[in-house]
Design a protein around this ligand. Structure first.
Ligand code: GLU
Length: 520
């Protein structure tokens, strides 16, 4: 060990512990399965992409008999929104995707690897920063932070001009120990940078989703600890995932390009590298006709809450996402209609490489099917839970007319081919408004060849005399019989001589439906 490096490490981080302390403090995990983690930053609400990630983490851990834990990455205080960490946890919980270990929102945290909140781990980061300096793989940089792109470009220009060296190497890497001491004596703030040893070599890397990829070695002396003592993502990720025993880092593909820095950092510490899986982005078609990532800023559907506000059942959202994650989910669901979706044996290698396009038609279809399998009571109770939170008006109507809604929701339920007319809970009051006393039937219709006088006479008679049989066939037979008294024929007879009849049974059914519900 170079004495100068040891001295420098102590100068920069005088209070740091030896990393052995932390390596001993946090026990090696003993379970055989994968250890995965969701690491949200408290930047606002929960994004649909985070739900998608959380599902992957949870199911991979569950399928392999491992652990899924939650870590709050709150070191970027510029982006932090108050209480957002707790909100993110609460939302995950609402979707059944909270973890059994780690950060629990305002309830604190649970597990052997605490703290799971990065802002409470600064002593740990400083110990590892001290170690990296000791190893000669990090150095202090006293340049003022470059606030914007122009400043960064200007500083690079300078570097190239003065040293003729590769632009990614930072000017401060060559400061002598005396120069550093002098800067420290003057109380100049410093950032800690990685002393990169990378070359322009490319090598093969295996990503658990993307497969074999060519990666460039890192050549940048990236900042690891900012001048306020707070680590950047790259540094915190490597230290945390090491100490917390993560086996596979599953994260969005936007991180793939900074992977070389993360790998160089792990190697500098001489840690065993983690396995990585970079997931595709959920996209939608942009205004220009090209797919783009669903964006917090532009798209209301980026928010996980959006789907609950609309009245989708939670399982519909999760099953839709599972479809995007592993395309064989649908078949699995068909073969296992009654098993919890959390028991789906999700596999990383079956995640497609292409960015999936969010398809509301598919989501609606899944949602309809899920609602169609519920009992009338379940639909009603879920609609009430939705309305309490999101629609006071519907809540009042649903509670006031509970019995009527329960009976209308019972129609065509429970058989082999249940009715699939409800997509979201917010459909219910609109769809069945005809059962309400306030309903005004203002239906518009084309009479076509139907005899108007006969039709009106039939409808009045039907309203007065129909017996409301329970059985569908009995109901239809009664309708046929009663309408035949007004010269309506079955379809086949009608076709043989259209002018001889007032209309056919299809017309009758249609007008009964219109008269009752106001809808086609
Ligand atoms: N805090 C990072 C984010 O929110 C997490 C990235 C990761 O999963 O490693 O994007």
């Amino acid at each position: 060990m170079d004495k100068n490096n040891e001295m420098l490490a102590d100068l920069l981080y005088p209070n740091a512990r030896d990393i052995a302390y932390y390596l001993n403090k946090y026990p090696m995990r003993t379970q055989a399965g994968e250890v995965t983690r969701l690491a949200p930053s408290p930047t606002g609400y929960l994004h649909i992409g985070q739900l998608y990630q959380a599902l992957i983490h949870k199911l991979i851990a569950r399928t392999t008999g491992g652990v899924y834990y939650l870590r709050l990455e709150d070191t970027d205080n510029k982006r932090e929104v108050e209480n957002a960490g707790n909100m993110a946890y609460q939302w995950l919980k609402k979707f059944g995707l909270e973890a059994e270990e780690g950060y629990l929102g305002n309830l604190g945290e649970v597990g052997n690897y605490a703290p799971y909140i990065q802002s409470k781990r600064l002593d740990i980061y400083h110990a590892f920063a001290h170690e990296l300096v000791r190893l000669g793989r990090a150095f202090p940089c006293f340049c003022a932070p470059r606030a914007n792109k122009d400043e960064i470009l200007a500083s690079r220009e300078e570097k190239l001009n003065s040293t003729g060296d590769i632009e990614e190497r930072d000017v401060c890497r060559d400061l002598s120990i005396d120069e550093i001491k002098e800067n420290l004596r003057l109380n100049k703030p410093f950032a800690l940078r990685l002393k990169s040893l990378g070359t322009d070599r490319t090598y093969e890397f295996y990503d658990e989703i993307k497969g074999k990829r060519d990666l460039h070695e890192n050549m940048k002396d990236d900042v690891l600890i900012k001048s306020n003592g707070i680590p950047v993502y790259a540094f915190a990720h490597v230290v945390d995932d090491l100490l917390m025993g993560t086996t596979v880092v599953i994260r969005g593909q936007e991180w793939f390009q900074s992977l070389p820095v993360h790998l160089e950092l792990s190697d500098a510490f001489n840690f065993k590298r983690f396995r990585y899986a970079h997931t595709p982005d959920i996209c939608k078609l942009g205004e220009n006709g090209y797919p783009r990532k669903i964006s917090k800023r532009l798209d209301p559907e980026a928010k996980a809450e959006y789907y609950l506000m609309q009245g989708y059942p939670i399982n519909a959202v999760l099953e839709y996402l599972l479809n995007l994650i592993n395309s064989d989910f649908e078949l699995w669901r068909k073969n296992n209609p009654n098993i919890s979706l959390f028991d789906f044996p999700l596999e990383l290698k079956k995640i497609g490489l292409n960015n999936p396009l969010f398809d509301f038609n598919k989501l609606n279809d899944i949602s309809k099917t899920i609602i169609s399998k519920m009992t009338a009571e379940e639909v009603y109770d879920n609609a009430i839970k939705w309305a309490i939170e999101y629609n006071k008006n519907d809540y009042d109507i649903l509670t006031k007319h509970k019995d009527k809604f329960l009976s209308v929701l019972s129609i065509d339920r429970g058989g082999d081919r249940p009715r699939k007319d409800i997509v979201v809970y917010s459909d219910i009051v609109k769809l069945y408004d005809y059962i309400l006393p306030s309903f005004k039937n203002e239906f518009k219709f084309e009479l076509g060849n139907v005899d108007k006088d006969k039709l009106i006479a039939f409808l009045i008679n039907y309203q007065e005399n129909f017996s409301m049989p329970i059985d569908n066939n009995a109901w239809f037979n009664e309708l046929k019989e009663m309408s035949s008294n007004f010269n309506f024929a079955d379809n086949k007879t009608y076709k043989q001589n259209t002018t001889a009849y007032a209309g056919n049974i299809s017309d009758v059914s249609r007008f009964v439906r219109l008269a009752v519900t106001g809808r086609e």
